[in-house]
Write a protein that binds this ligand. Sequence first.
Ligand SMILES: NC(=O)c1ccc[n+]([C@@H]2O[C@H](COP(=O)([O-])OP(=O)(O)OC[C@H]3O[C@@H](n4cnc5c(N)ncnc54)[C@H](O)[C@@H]3O)[C@@H](O)[C@H]2O)c1
Length: 370
Amino acid sequence: MSEQAVYVPVEILHRFMQDVFVAVGVPEEDACICADVLIASDLRGIESHGIGRLKMYYDRIRAGVQFPTSRLEVITDTPTTTVVDGGHGMGQVIAYRAMEMAMRKARAYGLGAVAVRNSTHFGIAGYYALMAVAQGMIGMVFTNARPSIAPTFGVQPMLGTNPIVFGAPTDEECPFLFDGATSITQRGKIEVLEREGRPTPAGWVIDQQGEAATDTSAILRGLGQDRYALLPLGGAGEEFGGHKGYGLATIVEILCAALQGGSYLHGLTGFDAQGRRQPYALGHFFLAMDIAHFIPLDEFKAIAGGIVRQLRASRKAPGHDRIWTAGEKEHEMEAVVRAQGVPVNPHLQREILVMRDELKLAAYRFPFEA
Ligand SMILES: NC(=O)c1ccc[n+]([C@@H]2O[C@H](COP(=O)([O-])OP(=O)(O)OC[C@H]3O[C@@H](n4cnc5c(N)ncnc54)[C@H](O)[C@@H]3O)[C@@H](O)[C@H]2O)c1
């Protein structure tokens, strides 16, 4: 985080986000969910998807490409599966409700799967898996996103950063939560680099010649226009397994689009054939598995806990004194962020003040104001 960042107490930003959502027309209860998902990202130290994304939602609602009210329409429903249409509402609310549906089915039948069409950006995917984990279930979450990853041996952005999430309870306070994009990095992290005025590391992004690109501002301007592409996990070519990252991103695209009959790849650019803005029409897929249908929950937790403990206790590489398991860093971060506040850099400070002033939320005074 840049040196000029000012740390703002979590409660202030949480309340502010909720008030901003309400002020742009999101119903109170839904605004609570949206603000909760965003602040959870900041609390977990994922700066790319918290308060830093608020202005994006604000702009999209005001531009009419995302609706503040979220009416979920059930398209098909069986005891274990559902397809819902999110009607281009708030992605966080659509995802929250969809995961609730999956969990209800899992509680009754062991498994619940929900495919979602016509949704919008829902923030950190891990949030929804943690809902299942809190109920003694395994939660899996997938979403597609606007095209930015080039296929192996290609240069054209085709696939979204398509995250994969797997969350499972353990006998420790910290669950196992793998929550990661299928690209080496994702747009949000490049946006953080821009706010900090830093170059993009070579190997994350390629240009139209397939060469490494490092100019952060140029990359952000050119990503949406097909001038740059993100690389899949494993990087360029096959040498370090780039084809496997490409395959994983494609699996997510199939789960999120084909099961609900929706848009995919270049159908998710947010623009129509005439170049006019249109809703993103994203797809998600949620899976909940009720562990007690397989094995007593305590037994599962003890084994899952044993797995993560043995991994962490294994021999360290020279120069390293700690091995992590997925979800641990973010879990530990929460106490730090609660104590020190959320870092807000000058770019974000300006965005926050614009929203406050335009929405006349005059009661808010932030620590970064003179
Ligand atoms: N909504 C969207 O369209 C969208 C798209 C892409 C990403 N995202 C979100 O962005 C967030 C960040 O994604 P990311 O890919 O940059 O995550 P990341 O690379 O920071 O972390 C990925 C996973 O690796 C784990 N991890 C980190 N260091 C580790 C270590 N040393 N050992 C073991 N595990 C370790 C983390 O706990 C996490 O589960 C996620 O919450 C994701 O859901 C959302």
